[in-house]
Design a protein around this ligand. Structure first.
Ligand SMILES: Nc1ncnc2c1ncn2[C@@H]1O[C@H](COP(=O)(O)OP(=O)(O)OP(=O)(O)O)[C@@H](O)[C@H]1O
Ligand SMILES: [Mg+2]
Length: 403
């Protein structure tokens, strides 16, 4: 198998797991051309059955009544009250309802999900995004499915320079080398990201293209964008020119994530805080979210805001706040005040350990590889990894009896 399963392999794998696509009959109430084209393209590629397209939208579906199908796709643009209409339809039958529509708005998305839709895709649709929406299960089933297969952790620094990348790289390295599990490290800071640099790798080319034009995602494309540190650790990042503006497709990260997920036991995402907005489906796909802050007032404020956003976007995902101690001598508030401010506990405190961090940086190695296991920072990073790892204990390193 290539580093990343092709879309076809991915959906076939899901079918074997009993997912909806295997036996689905799809009825689509839509006038939207991009949706109709995507449905035709996906059916022609054999990725899903041909949909029966009914001219109209959600309002038509409400008047017609729930058709006999397993997946109902409805375009909400003709409905004066899409949330109420979805709620009405979902009360009529057991079909999975996927909504499409022109409005890209998180509040609407959440309301539609709460009303009973399993997903909402913004038009014009990207075929792969539609395929993902038509094959995922309802929200509560989905988080179980993710938990069984792939560990996915997003690390978000509440402020700059708090050590978020160090934590993300170290978790990925430990899972790959000590747990011996196939791990992808996804660096979403396309211009300033340092995940590859921290491992002394040149970032691959192509992540930007993948995120700008997710309809081009296929196995070759993604695997050529990945660089492997070893047999078990793969890094996806970029070093895009600063003078160029990036036009990332809002659905791109979610599609990429869905594409690589079947091929990895763990995915660690270094997620810049400036990119968190609009990444609702990515956050929902995580098994844990780590917010890293220093003990500063600004760190506390932004931890509160990120925590609220994460809890709103992904209420079922474990969320932990990690405090990096003493960095830049910015312990301006006490831990007790910090916990009061964030209305929650600090899950873990990372000690300030400049010697170990600096050595790792100058060696171009992950901190746990470069520093000895007695170093405070290495111990701390192992504990964090233990918190997010889904299963398995670190496998003992093979002893080397040299001649
Ligand atoms: N626990 C620590 N003790 C001392 N220094 C650390 C620690 N963790 C990270 N560092 C150092 O602090 C600097 C910033 O770390 P890192 O890049 O991981 O932070 P970041 O939060 O990802 O920053 P950015 O906002 O730029 O993405 C690096 O030089 C790193 O080696
Ligand atoms: Mg960083």
């Amino acid at each position: 198998m290539t580093a990343v399963a092709s879309k076809g392999q991915q959906i076939a794998a899901r079918d074997a797991g009993g997912n909806i696509a295997a036996l689905s009959t799809i009825v689509a109430f839509t006038q939207d051309e991009s949706t109709q084209e995507a449905l035709t393209r996906l059916a022609e590629k054999g990725l899903m059955p041909h949909a029966s397209v009914v001219p109209g939208g959600l309002s038509t579906a409400v008047t017609t009544g729930m058709p006999d199908c397993t997946v109902l796709l409805v375009d909400i643009s003709d409905s004066p009250d899409p949330v109420a209409d979805i709620h009405h339809l979902s009360g009529l039958g057991a079909a999975q309802i996927v909504a499409t529509g022109p409005v890209n708005d998180v509040t609407l998305y959440r309301a539609l999900l709460d009303a009973g839709a399993s997903d909402y895709v913004v038009v014009p649709v990207v075929p792969e995004e539609l395929a993902r929406a038509l094959t995922v299960k309802r929200r509560e089933e989905r988080s179980d499915a993710v938990a069984e297969t792939t560990m996915a952790t997003a690390v978000i620094g509440a402020r700059g320079g708090v050590g978020a990348t160090t934590i993300a790289v170290s978790i990925a390295w430990l899972l790959a080398h000590e747990y011996k599990q196939r791990t992808a490290l996804l660096d979403l800071d396309l211009q300033f990201g340092t995940c590859a640099l921290a491992l002394d790798l040149l970032p691959g080319r192509g992540l930007r293209e993948v995120l700008e034009s997710p309809d081009r995602i296929d196995s070759m494309f993604v695997s050529s964008a990945m660089v492997n540190e070893s047999d078990t650790l793969f890094v996806l990042g970029g070093e895009e020119p600063l003078e160029e503006a990036l036009y990332l497709n809002p659905n791109g990260i979610g599609i990429l994530f869905a594409a690589i997920q079947p091929d990895f036991t763990n995915i660690v995402v270094d997620l810049p805080r400036t990119m968190v907005t609009g990444q609702r489906s990515l956050l929902e796909s995580m098994t844990s979210i780590l917010i890293v802050s220093d003990l500063s007032l600004s760190g506390m404020r932004d931890t509160v805001r990120l925590k609220a956003l994460a809890q709103e976007s992904a209420p079922d995902v474990a969320l932990e706040v990690i405090v990096a101690e003493g960095q830049n001598r910015r312990n301006t508030i006490s831990k007790a005040d910090f916990e009061r401010g964030i209305e929650g506990k600090i899950a873990h405190i990372v000690p300030f350990d400049a010697r170990t961090a600096d050595e790792a940086a100058s060696n171009g190695r992950a901190v746990p590889e470069s520093g000895g296991s007695r170093r405070p920072l290495v111990k701390s990073l192992r504990q964090i990894t233990g918190r997010v790892a889904l299963e398995g204990k670190p496998k003992a390193r093979r002893k080397w009896f040299g001649k």
